[in-house]
Design a protein around this ligand. Structure first.
Ligand code: GRF
Length: 188
């Protein structure tokens, strides 16, 4: 049976699009059953419509508390028979209920070489630190922020000529190659 994945994303969705294109090209043996965003105006939802993927969106403020939000999200994943949850710029911490239901089946991409520069501003933090290399990390998700078991990492040099925009572009190029490649290996 072809595995079903849900993409969870809060914003632009370029990683979603790279994954979708790789699935369409037959390089990842999976089906995108759902693209979910906690931000109703996120560009990822527009991209998903273009690829004819089912979308859903609700936010924390649609519920009385975070637990109710997570319960609804989990129900949505189960309704769609989702096997793997793929985070692609999803800016929320995954709660315990979801973690328990999808143990070792929630994957995230982070735009730095973890454990260096965790958190929401991995690219900016590495650039501001003045180091000469950063990277990209793909990891399983646990209860911490960017702390789960690492699956794959790749270094990205920070060039003397880089500004934040050129560095971000090179990091995203690595992401768009690495994330589909890793997913192709994991999801079979
Ligand atoms: C990526 O840099 C990813 O590593 C991080 O959020 C960003 C999402 O970009 N978690 P996009 O929405 O896929 O374009």
């Amino acid at each position: 049976m072809v595995k079903k994945i849900a993409i969870l994303a809060s914003g632009n969705g370029s990683n979603y699009e790279a994954i979708a294109e790789n699935i369409e090209a037959g390089k990842i043996k999976a089906e995108i059953a759902l693209v979910f965003s906690d931000q109703k105006t996120a560009y990822v939802l527009k991209r998903a419509e273009k690829h004819h993927h089912q979308t859903a969106s609700f936010g924390l403020k649609d519920f009385s508390n975070k637990q109710a939000y997570e319960t609804a999200l989990l129900a949505l994943l189960k309704e769609n028979s989702v096997d793997y949850v793929v985070l692609a710029g999803y800016m929320r911490i995954i709660g315990l209920k979801l973690l328990e239901s999808y143990a070792q089946h929630i994957i995230n991409i982070h735009p730095a070489y973890l454990p260096e520069f965790p958190g929401a501003h991995g690219i900016e933090d590495a650039f501001a630190a003045g180091v000469d290399q950063t990277g990209v990390t793909i990891h399983y998700v646990d209860a911490g922020v960017d702390t789960g078991p690492i699956i794959r990492q790749e270094r990205v040099p920070i060039l003397k000529t880089d500004d934040l925009a050129t560095l971000a572009t090179r990091i995203h190029q690595v992401e768009h190659r690495l994330y589909p490649a890793v997913l192709a290996e994991i999801i079979k």
